[in-house]
Ligand binder design. Structure first.
Ligand SMILES: [Zn+2]
Length: 74
């Protein structure tokens, strides 16, 4: 068993994982942190990057500011 080959393979795999994760990283426009972000299109025109926390916060804020839109009838 050649440990050097295994280590090289592990390093290669690790590097691929890291680079894939780095590609997902963006600077969050909400809290200025670099993390995995999702693109949020504000006003259907301006795309911004928001992390999950800010995304849910914005979604919650939009929901409350625009009033109950899709509340099911009770
Ligand atoms: Zn954020």
């Amino acid at each position: 068993m050649n440990t050097t080959v295994i280590e090289a393979e592990e390093l290669r795999h690790m590097r691929e994982t890291v680079s894939r994760t780095v590609n997902l990283l963006e600077l969050c426009w909400g809290c200025d942190r670099v993390c995995e972000c999702e693109q949020w299109v504000a006003n259907e025109s301006v795309p911004v990057w928001l992390c999950i926390e800010c995304l849910s916060e914005v979604a919650c804020r939009l929901e409350t500011s625009s009033g109950p839109v899709s509340l099911p009838p009770t």
